[in-house]
Write a protein that binds this ligand. Sequence first.
Ligand code: EPZ
Length: 416
Amino acid sequence: MDKLLVRGGKPLHGTVRISGSKNAALPVMAATLLTPGVHRLRNVPRLRDTQTFARVLELLGAKVSFDSNLLTVDTREVNSVEAPYELVKTMRASIYVLGPLLARFGRAKVSLPGGCAWGPRPVNLHLTGLQAMGAVLEIEHGYIVGRDARLKGATIGFDVVSVGATAQLMMAAVLAEGTTVLENVALEPDVTVLGEVLVGCGARIEGLGSRRLTIHGVTSLRPIDTAIIPDRIEAATFAAVAAMTGGTIRLENVMPDHFEAALRKLEESGCALQRAADSVTVSGPARPRPLNVVTQPFPGFPTDMQAQMIAVCAVADGTSVVEDTIYLDRFTHVPELARMGAQIELKGNVAVVKGVDRLAGAQVMATDLRASACLVMAALAARGETLVDRIYHLDRGYESLEQKLAALGADIQRIH
Ligand code: EPZ
């Protein structure tokens, strides 16, 4: 299994170009199933997760080709409605094919996602929403099975703000008979942009950018031709690297509004920021100031930056408090940081982080995508060598991370 060897302790400087967004690309890839045609998606990041999704589409009968970051998906010959456990277990977002398959074919057989590194991640809102639209869904041998569904418009209110369920039901509703109203929807850019892509294909969606969407079903859509937005979590991660190492990093190809909450927290920690239309320059302080962070749905502070921010707080000049309200036990990175000398006390979904002068290199193990980014950041700031194991987690969501960091002056190498 690949590992990363990092020799830390120096500020990183330079410019990094941010890749396309994983969490924006995946639902748009699923949306290609809604219409038989040749779909073109530009700026798709080359990641394990986008390749897994491409594999799911191929198993359904689509022809998929990746040329650099251009993804072409031909869905004219789609002839299966089954998304197998082997793939879905490696990437929960595979469930995004459920709504489009039911909308186009009236049938679907999609494996339930199963467990996750940190606690339960149910899909009940996806299922109850589709059932409200008339889908008859059975759970058979670990699969969600839908038969003879003719989706109809419905009014659905989400108890919890869910990125996945909002995207799922939006895709199901665009081809449904009649009008669907979705209330208390997610506002994450990945969701709003999916809506804009669908409208660009002829869908009728009102209220994008608000917590209430009205979707008037249409009978057909045009193929997708779009460019995926920049990855706001990758951008915020590199901004945090500047805070962590005390360097100056210019982020290119970004939409600053998409990660404003993280930028504001980094300013509170002492970073100096220069914002421009499609770039941000972040200069880290000699030592970060402590922070209070509470994760919230967008436009609040993203849970996908919680681990990275704990790394910054681990070397802050004082005590920070980081609370995750989205995933109550997304703290598998904490014991690994402790191996590097971090002082973090966990109280339920709250981490109390007592900053230390300096972290020390150690052997650590990545447990999930964002936890691995956190460990790489800690390694960049630590004295000595760190070996980060199980970096396949990292490859799921960061395109060419070690090359980008090396270009900023990091002493980092992948060991096979
Ligand atoms: C998306 O996951 C992202 N994944 C996650 O990023 C991100 O952490 C999450 O949104 C929150 O921002 C992708 O976009 C592929 P949710 P998703 O549905 O859609 C509860 C990363 O690191 N819930 O918004 O699965 C759920 O348990 C990944 O890139 C239900 O109770 O998240 C959670 O507490 C990790 N029932 C909350 O809602 C449901 O049916 C938000 O989850 C669905 C969700």
